[in-house]
Every structure is written in C-alpha cells, then in structure tokens.
Design a protein around this ligand. Structure first.
Ligand SMILES: *Cc1c(COP(=O)(O)O)cnc(C)c1O
Length: 466
C-alpha cells in the first residue's frame, strides 16, 4: 500500500472545491498535474491549487544535508513532489542553475539565528521561488508555442520574476507596475532587466495593474497569445519556499530529534506556508511564528476566532506585507480543515485549537519595527530592514511568553540596502548595496508607458506579442 501510494503522482485540487451557493463560482472538483497547476496558475473556480498528498522526508536524508550546498536541499525537497513528472537529471540541473548564491545563517547567540534570504539577483527572498518557477516552466512547457508571462507588481515580485525569466528561451515577460507607487530603486530594477523582459509603466495604482492583467487573461481575443501568470498564488512558487526551512534545520540542528522554531514576517503568507509544508514533510518545527505589521487580521483571528479582513490595507514601512487579506490564507485554512474564499468570507472554520498549537501570530507596529532595528543593531551589531525586524520582534514576543527555546531562526526577507531612507533615519548609516545590486544606477532601459485603459493595453499586447 505504501509502495503503491508513493508510486502515484501527486495531484492538485482547488481550495474552493467544497464551496456551495456562492454566486459566480462553480466549484472545481477535479485534479490536475503539477504541470497544469504551474502553467495555469489558478484553479478555474478562482481557488488555489493544493497537493492531494504531502510527501514525507526521511530524517537521515534531511540531516545529511549538513554542510552541503543549498541546491542539494532544493533537489531533495522538490524531487519528493515532482519525481513522477520530471527526470532526476533535469531537476538536478534546474536546482543547480537556480541556486548559485549563498544563504547565510548569522548567529545572534543564545541559539538564535538570522537566515538571510537576500543574496539573489534582486535581493529579496522572492528570488528563491521565482528562479525555480521560471526554470520549471521553461522545462515543462515543452516545445509548444512561445509562452507570455504577465505579472502585475507593487515592487519586489516583478523584478524577482523578471530577473528569473531573463534569457529563458521560449518565454516572454511583461511586468506592469504603477507609475507613482514604486520607489526609485525599484523602478530602476524593473526598467532595466532587458532581453525578453519588458516593464510597462501604468498611469494608475497597483490594483489597476492587477485588473488589466486579469482582463487580459479573461479576453478570448488574446487566446492566441498563450498568456500565463506568475503571481504569488502559483503552487510553483510555494514549493521552492519549503526548501530553506529544511536547509536551515540541517545546518543548525544538534542531532536527531531536536526541534526548531521559525519566525517568518508575513504578508500574503506564501513564505510561511513553505514552513507549514516543511513541518508536514517531517521537519520537527515546534512553532511557526507569523508576525504581521499593522495589517493584523490573522493575529486577531487566532486570538478571537473571528476573521475580518483589513480594508483598505494599512500602509506600513514593511511595505511588502501591506496585505489586508492574505491570498494564501485559503491554503492555511484548507490544511487545517476549513474554507475561506477570495473575498475573506469564512465558509467553514478550521481547527482553531490545532492552529494555535502550531502557529503563533502577533501584530508588530511601525514604531516597534523601528525600535527593533535600533535595539538589535545596538545590542548585536546585526542589521535588519523593516520586514526582518517584524520577524525578530515576533520571536521576542513569543519567547517572552513561553521562556527560552534552544534553536530559533528568524527569516530576513530583503536586503537593508533596499530601504536606505528608513535605515538612515533610524540608525544614521547607509547600508552598502549587495554585489547583485552594485552598479544599478548605471544600468539603462526604459518602460513602455501606457494609460490606465484596457483598450490601449490590449492593442499593445496584440501588436507586441503576435
Ligand atoms: C513579499 C515579501 C514578504 C511577505 O511574504 P509573503 O509570502 O507575502 O507572506 C516579506 N518581506 C519581503 C521583503 C517581501 O518582499
């Protein structure tokens, strides 16, 4: 039976499969392959794809990653999911090519570590997922027609996806961003990628960009363009985010049986979801800490059992986490036996007690975030940017309530140099650019400028991509 099960392909279902009586949604009851889930992005009923089975890793295999390159951890984890859909050789080449940068684990003493996920080409953790997804798409799409990826971004996602697909054969990328809502350095990162990646500056807001992309996907006139999405709900972006938890544990665990705590600064919950899957794959995670900024719909839910999205979302300095209703909450609910839809309506409560046993969440205000950056730098000479500081503060809060824990890891999700104004204001110093971003001021490239109007966008796509 076990043999038979493991010989079966993992299939993917929709988080909306059990919805009843929601206008405009007819639940998708089917299952798709990883390839379909990857190329299609979202289920036809607007739900999120979920694996119907979570493979369990052998504890010795996990511990054998100690001292090994990150790419080997990526191979171990992704092979467990993909072995029926891709050859071992192909996956080995993909992981080696995607992960050619370091993943530092910095000690703060007392069993506390900072895992810096900021050494990829765009200096945010989003590089980890985007690079793997791009290579998987390129490999699995086969020799068919050229694929055109559309992505709307408020900053970090767009450049990570753009850099990840740069030079990938058979795939073109168009990134839409809101002209007046990205920082100077983000605009530079987006406009200058080049090759098969083109930025489009829209005279509108982030929501407008997202709507233009959605309309394009739904437009039958554009069926000929083979459009696909690369947004944060694609399961192809979740899978690579399981890896760094396994990697960190293997490097730091004292031996078999030791437990670990992770603190993951959270916005759309894709990053933290990777940790939830890692635990279900057998990693001994005692607690998953998911601190949020002032968008505190989730910590409030864990405390009260009532879910209310924050609308409109609060603009905090940890701006990549300004999310009033995390899209991956639907996946968390599903894993704990509940259902929540895209609008934030709860159809079935998850097992709240079990959730509280596994997950701790707390709101961290902007003032606390700044204070944390100041204090941690003073005490340990460790430099955090605002997102990582929210993670550190979340861990401190948990430790205050329960006492010490022998092994804790905080994820630093971006490089401090991406937030120079804030760091200068708090600490009076300018963080040095990481190697991947040095010389960025000299890079050239310009966006296509479009009004916020679907007709113009459609004309542009038809002319440019046909
Ligand atoms: C996207 C992002 C986050 C939030 O990650 P989620 O997966 O959306 O929870 C945190 N920090 C940085 C720097 C990010 O870019």
């Amino acid at each position: 039976m076990g043999e038979e099960l493991s010989a079966m392909k993992i299939r993917y279902y929709s988080t909306n499969r059990n919805l009843k009586g929601v206008p405009g949604i007819s639940p998708y009851k089917g299952f798709v392959s990883f390839k379909r889930a990857l190329l299609q992005g979202q289920a036809p009923d607007e739900g999120l794809f979920m694996p119907d089975r979570i493979p369990v890793l052998n504890p010795e295999d996990i511990l054998s990653l100690r001292g090994r390159p990150y790419a080997e951890a990526a191979l171990l984890v992704s092979w467990a999911f993909l072995k029926r859909e891709i050859s071992r050789e192909a996956l080995e080449a993909i992981t080696a090519d995607a992960y050619d940068f370091e993943v530092p684990l910095e000690s703060a003493g007392g069993g506390k570590y900072i895992m810096r996920l900021d050494r990829g080409p765009t200096a945010s953790f989003k590089d980890f997922a985007a690079r793997m997804m791009a290579r998987l798409m390129s490999h699995l799409r086969g020799r068919g027609k050229r694929l055109n990826v559309l992505v709307a971004t408020s900053g970090d996602t767009g450049s990570a996806v753009g850099e990840a697909f740069k030079g990938v054969k058979g795939i073109g990328v168009r990134i839409l961003y809101p002209r007046r809502e990205v920082s100077g350095i983000q605009k530079k990162q987006l406009d200058t990628i080049g090759a098969n990646v083109q930025a489009i500056s829209i005279d509108g807001k982030f929501d407008d960009c997202q709507n233009l992309v959605k309309m394009a996907f739904a437009d039958p006139d554009l069926g000929c363009l083979n459009l696909t999405s690369a947004n944060s709900i694609n399961f192809g972006r979740i899978l690579p985010q399981i890896v760094y938890y396994v990697y960190a544990y293997a490097q730091l665990a004292g031996g078999p049986g030791g437990e670990i705590v992770f603190s993951v600064p959270s916005g759309n919950f894709g990053d933290a979801l990777g940790c939830e899957y890692a635990r279900r794959m057998g990693l001994p995670v005692r607690k998953l800490i998911m601190p949020t900024n002032e968008n505190m719909e989730f910590p409030r839910f864990l405390e009260t059992g009532r879910y209310e999205k924050v609308s409109p979302s609060v603009a905090c300095i940890s701006n990549a986490m300004n999310v009033g209703h995390p899209s991956n909450l639907a996946r968390f609910f599903d894993l704990y036996g509940g259902t929540v839809d895209r609008t934030g309506t709860v159809h079935k409560m998850p097992d709240l007690e079990e959730m509280r046993r596994r997950i701790f969440s707390v709101m961290v205000t902007d003032d606390e975030t700044r204070e944390t950056i100041r204090e941690v730098y003073r005490q340990y000479k460790i430099l955090f940017e605002p997102h990582g500081a929210v993670g550190w503060k979340g861990l401190e809060t948990w430790l205050e309530r329960r006492g010490d824990f022998p092994l804790c890891v905080v994820l630093e999700t971006a490089h401090p140099a991406k937030f120079p104004e804030e760091i200068v204001r708090i600490l009076g110093l300018t963080p040095e650019l990481p190697p991947s971003m040095q010389g960025i001021e000299q890079r050239t490239g310009s966006p296509v400028e479009l009004p916020c109007d679907y007709g113009s966008f459609k004309d542009y796509l038809l002319e440019d991509l046909r």
